[in-house]
Design a protein around this ligand. Structure first.
Ligand code: TYM
Length: 327
């Protein structure tokens, strides 16, 4: 088992549910990697705190998020599924790594810059993410393109630690699937679809078919009538990406298929494809969410497995940096 590459990734339990972009950019790859890899997937509830959600909402949403992951094909038997806050070594390692992170370096992270500042927690976000990854000695991290900068910081910190204290951390590589699969907001296709923006531009994994259809039909399109990828057609380009992901057909093939047809037919097909993609997910979700005790058992077993690895790494780290061992 330990000879398989270690894969790790996380997702924040925020928003109403996960959204199409989370599935396309991350979770579908998680599900596909489980046979060949030793996988660790977690709910980044500590990272979710940077949005200071309602306490009851965060708690409920975290459990719901487990059911969603299972419904999307994450298998808690083959993979270690847990909540970040159940493994206290994550923030512990984050502190150590933070002491190796330059203030300017952290200030340059776009997520922090885009939000125009905010809490110290938001500033520290990428350092905690680096700890999440390094503590499991992960080889590969399946993430969407928006997380690439955080992975670069993670590699920099691993190298810095290794150079200063001796070889300790594996250098992780990003895994981004096929290029260009960043899903954009349906109402504003110049920005990514996101849990924190929500609204009619976001397709939730658990949206009912009617809602999905309505959102796709009212998606912002561009001037002209041609269904093709172009820089000045971000709306149509985004819908083509979505249709390609849902159907497994290449974009040029779809462009040919819609030559001479209008936006109306095209949008109807996109809506149908998304509905079909998530229909089995919604069905399985309904089964999982009905049994909260089982979801808690999944998290407990996952945390126990995760802790074994995390404690081992942290013991080495404590020793390497010179913290006196308690007697
Ligand atoms: P989060 O919850 O924002 O997103 C989870 C995953 O979904 C991807 N993603 C997208 N991919 C394509 N198109 C989109 N519109 C889109 N929106 C989101 C994200 O790239 C991500 O892979 N910081 C992480 C959570 C995290 C983490 C980690 C990830 C915490 N620690 C350690 C990997 C390893 C995040 O923002 O997730």
């Amino acid at each position: 088992m330990s000879s398989r590459p270690r894969v790790l990734s996380g997702i924040r339990p925020t928003g109403e549910s996960f959204q199409l972009g989370n599935y396309v950019g991350a979770v579908r790859h998680w599900a596909a990697m489980q046979d060949e890899n030793d996988c660790f997937f977690f709910l980044a509830d500590l990272h979710a705190l940077t949005e200071t959600p309602e306490p009851a909402k965060l708690r409920g949403r975290t459990r719901q998020a487990v059911a969603e992951l299972l419904a999307m094909g994450v298998d808690p038997v083959r993979s270690t599924v847990f909540a970040q806050s159940h493994v206290a070594e994550h923030p512990e390692l984050a502190w150590v790594l933070g002491c190796l992170t330059g203030f300017g370096e952290a200030s340059r992270m776009t997520q922090f810059k885009e939000k125009g500042g905010g809490s110290v927690g938001l500033f520290y976000y990428p350092v905690l993410q680096a700890a999440d990854i390094l503590i499991y000695q992960a080889n590969a991290v399946p993430i969407g393109e928006d997380q690439r900068q955080h992975l670069e910081l993670t590699r920099d910190l691993a190298q810095r630690f290794n150079a200063r204290y001796g070889d300790t951390f594996v250098l992780p590589a990003a895994y981004e699937g096929r290029a260009g699969e960043r899903i954009k907001d349906l109402q504003d296709p110049t920005r990514k679809m996101s849990k924190s923006i929500g609204g009619t531009g976001t397709i939730w994994v658990l949206d009912d078919p009617k809602t999905v259809t309505k959102k796709v039909r009212s998606a912002v399109t561009d001037t002209g009538r041609e269904v093709r990828v172009a820089d000045d057609k971000p709306g149509i380009t985004n819908l083509l990406t979505i249709l390609s992901v849902c159907t497994g057909k290449a974009v040029p093939e779809l462009e040919d298929a819609y030559a001479g047809k209008g936006y109306g037919d095209f949008k109807a097909d996109v809506a149908e494809a998304v509905v079909e993609l998530f229909a089995p997910v919604r069905e399985r979700y309904a089964g999982f969410i009905d049994d909260p005790a089982e979801l808690d058992r999944v998290l407990a077993a996952g945390a126990a497995r995760a802790r074994e690895v995390a404690v081992r790494t942290m013991t080495t780290v404590r020793e390497r940096v010179g913290l006196l061992a308690p007697t």
